[in-house]
Design a binder for this molecule. Structure first.
Ligand SMILES: *Cc1c(COP(=O)(O)O)cnc(C)c1O
Length: 428
């Protein structure tokens, strides 16, 4: 063993058999890493090109306060996002406080009483259920007379085109397409499948707004949903496109009209995109975006590594290590609460922040069972940083994502496995 591996074993208490197993897994996925590197390079150049085209300059890093009129940095960042996503317009703001909020603003800004939302991909992400009113919440869209329809995926995981055709009706104003799996045990939708679905919806109802929940999917492939027909794409800056540097924020990109509708909901009717001070964090949002392709590439490598490792141990995983990825999330079915808790505690032990804290399952608002979350992040709740979470219920699926660098993801995952081995839960 060499300097690096001795350091890993000594400083992180990794046993030789665990490290040897991990290195064998790493070796088996080298060709996947080459594919990821190509996509990273492409997206890095796409971001660079957009920054150059918009003549990004030092002046754009200056802070604005108060109303934030003429915030050149903010406007330039939005133009850069619009170029990256090939859209007419973009709303990228620290006043959007999370992914859920970005989706809320996009929905509420574009829907009026009597309109209907359709989800053709099954039940949306937990927090969105409250926003729409699938689960009753104060101020939900259903309280404003907006109705909701859902078409589940077929048992084989494909879209139920017949069902979708039947569900689209005169009232359907907006179709919400969530690409990433959330806490569901299903594949996440790659750009080809997303394109196919949008094309079908447009063929049945050309004027339906196709909005894509793009959380966790940015920069995972060469193309984004807005390259293949989506009218709007929405996401969080403390996930992929913030590159780990954005301390807050969300984005909405798409057709001018729809983005403007969202802006008027975020600020006020009549004010739209003209106001919203950035208080000096523009440089973080912009530099984070610049770093994002690299960070996403690193976390993708971590996901492939985790997938391979647990495949080799005989667990069910989604996606498999050799499958094309649509997002940075790796799901593994760990079959017992003890396994889930040990793995998450191991991930926490590998964090740069709060590594000495032991996460425990707790009753999180909005969930029907206890949830455990491992996150030792620089930005609270940031899941572009190495993180793992799991609802504590059969079949005990754990969802891992992120890592600001491949090297950090790798050690975090190895510590996760070591923790399971130490507790006698896994034998190598
Ligand atoms: C994370 C996520 C959201 C919500 O984002 P928050 O920032 O946690 O509010 C919505 N949809 C999907 C698919 C997500 O992964």
């Amino acid at each position: 063993m060499d300097t690096l591996n001795n350091f890993i074993m000594e400083k992180f208490n990794i046993s030789e058999n665990v490290l040897k197993f991990a290195l064998k897994c790493e070796n088996e996925i080298k060709d996947k890493f080459d594919e990821i590197d190509k996509i990273t390079e492409y997206n890095q150049l796409k971001v660079l090109n957009a920054m150059q085209k918009n003549r990004l300059s030092e002046a754009h890093f200056a802070a604005t306060t108060g109303y934030g009129y003429n915030d050149l940095g903010r406007d330039t960042l939005e133009n850069i996002y619009a170029d990256i996503f090939h859209t007419e317009s973009a709303l990228v703001r620290p006043q959007i406080i999370s992914g859920t909020h970005a989706l809320t603003v996009a929905l509420a800004g574009n829907l009026r009483p009597g309109d209907e939302i359709l989800s053709p991909v099954g039940v949306p992400y937990d927090t969105l259920q409250g926003v729409i009113g699938i689960r009753p919440e104060r101020g939900s869209l259903s309280e404003y007379g907006i109705t909701y329809r859902q078409v589940n995926l077929l048992p084989d995981g494909n879209f139920d085109y017949e069902g979708i055709k039947k569900a689209l009706n005169d009232k359907t104003k907006l179709v919400t397409i969530q690409r990433s799996k959330g806490y569901e045990w299903r594949e996440s939708f790659g750009i080809e499948k997303t394109a196919e679905l949008i094309k079908f919806i447009k063929s049945v109802k050309p004027d339906a707004i196709c909005m894509v929940d793009n959380c966790y999917c940015e920069f995972v492939d060469y193309f984004e949903p807005t390259d293949v027909g989506a009218d709007m794409a929405v996401g969080s800056l403390i996930k992929n496109p913030g590159g780990g540097l954005a301390p807050i924020g969300g984005y909405i990109v798409g057709k001018e009209e729809y983005v403007e509708n969202a802006a008027c909901r975020l600020t006020s009717p009549g004010l739209g995109k003209e106001v919203g001070a950035t208080l000096g964090i523009n440089s973080l949002l912009i530099q984070g975006l610049f770093n994002a392709p690299q960070v996403v590439g690193g976390s993708l490598k971590g996901s492939v590594f985790l997938s391979r490792m647990f495949e080799n141990l005989g667990f069910n995983v989604i996606p498999k290590s050799n499958e094309k990825r649509a997002d940075i999330v790796q799901a593994i079915q760990l079959n017992s609460a003890e396994n889930v808790i040990a793995f998450c505690q191991g991930i926490q032990k590998g964090a740069p922040v709060d590594s000495y804290v032991t996460p425990e399952p707790w009753d999180m608002p909005g969930y029907d069972c206890k949830v455990i979350m491992a996150a030792g992040a620089f930005v609270q709740g940031s899941s572009i940083e190495l993180s793992a979470d799991a609802p504590i219920k059969p079949p005990y699926n754990v969802f891992m994502q992120g890592g600001l660098s491949w090297h950090h993801s790798k050690i975090g995952i190895i510590i996760g496995l070591q923790t399971m081995v130490d507790k006698g839960l896994v034998k190598l």
